[in-house]
Design a protein around this ligand. Structure first.
Ligand code: APR
Length: 232
């Protein structure tokens, strides 16, 4: 693995065994809430109280969650190969960072971030946010969770496309491959000559795009894959 550049995409499945719900499994978040109500700018404009309540509940749950063996294994991989591992996560929990990963891009934002819808300033989110919270910068009561909603542009995309084009390996962990642009990352990495691997509980909708697959719970298959990488 010496001097290899590994880009790892993670989704809700890597945090499932830490007790955080996924979106599209049968008991997932999108079975309990309507996306248009809690994960779109229009939904926030229509009912900011409902949206803040949804993210306050997720923030409280995330604050109680602990990294699992999959998060820990990825942090070990980065420690043993500094500068060669990038995690691009669709997740808004902080479990990668708590496990010790430092090179992490949150393309869908993060529960611990707050954003002002008027002046675009950002600051650490309190555990509980309300629609009446004033922006510390402009003072307007237009604060929202710093989460990328459907219809909004994910963060860091230019940087991510560049990393994918020059990756030696691309590994997708715990994601259904249902949401773009993340679902297109495997094809971009493949085009750049990367070896592509899917580590998931079950085949994702992009499974046929991957050169290598391994199915099982992330807490089992991710440490196994990391051990193989470190022994190469
Ligand atoms: N170990 C490994 N994979 C798992 C586990 C587990 N213990 N449990 C579930 N999975 C897999 C499921 O098989 C599924 O393929 O994780 C994936 C979860 O898929 P989704 O619920 O669709 O989550 P994700 O892919 O992260 O969703 C992407 O959609 O709603 C938006 O912004 C939201 O970031 C999210 C994006």
């Amino acid at each position: 693995m010496s001097n290899d550049k590994i880009v790892i995409l993670t989704g809700a499945g890597i945090s499932a065994e830490s007790g955080l719900g996924t979106f599209r499994d049968e008991d997932g978040l999108w079975a309990q809430h309507r996306i248009e109500d809690v994960a779109t700018p229009e939904g926030f404009h229509r009912d900011p109280d409902l949206v803040h309540a949804f993210y306050n509940a997720r923030r409280a749950q995330s604050a109680e969650a602990k990294p699992n063996a999959a998060h820990d294994a990825l942090a070990k991989l980065e420690r043993d190969h500094p500068g060669e591992v990038l995690i691009v996560t669709q997740n808004v929990d902080g479990l990668h960072e708590i496990a010790g990963s430092t090179n992490v891009l949150h393309m869908h934002g993060a529960l611990n971030g707050a954003l002002c819808a008027s002046c675009d300033s950002r600051w650490p989110a309190p555990l509980v946010m309300h629609k009446t919270d004033a922006c510390p910068q402009c003072g307007r009561a237009t604060t929202r969770p710093d989460i990328v909603w459907f219809g909004e542009m994910p963060y860091y995309m230019d940087e991510i496309w560049g990393h994918l084009a020059s990756a030696d390996s691309f590994v997708a962990i715990g994601t259904s491959g249902e949401v773009y642009p993340a679902a297109a990352f495997v094809q971009e990495a493949d085009r750049g000559g990367a070896h592509t691997i899917e580590l998931n509980l079950a085949p994702s909708s992009r499974v046929s795009d991957f050169a290598e697959t391994c199915f099982g719970p992330a807490t089992q298959i991710v440490p196994q894959w990391v051990a193989q990488e470190l022994s190469r």
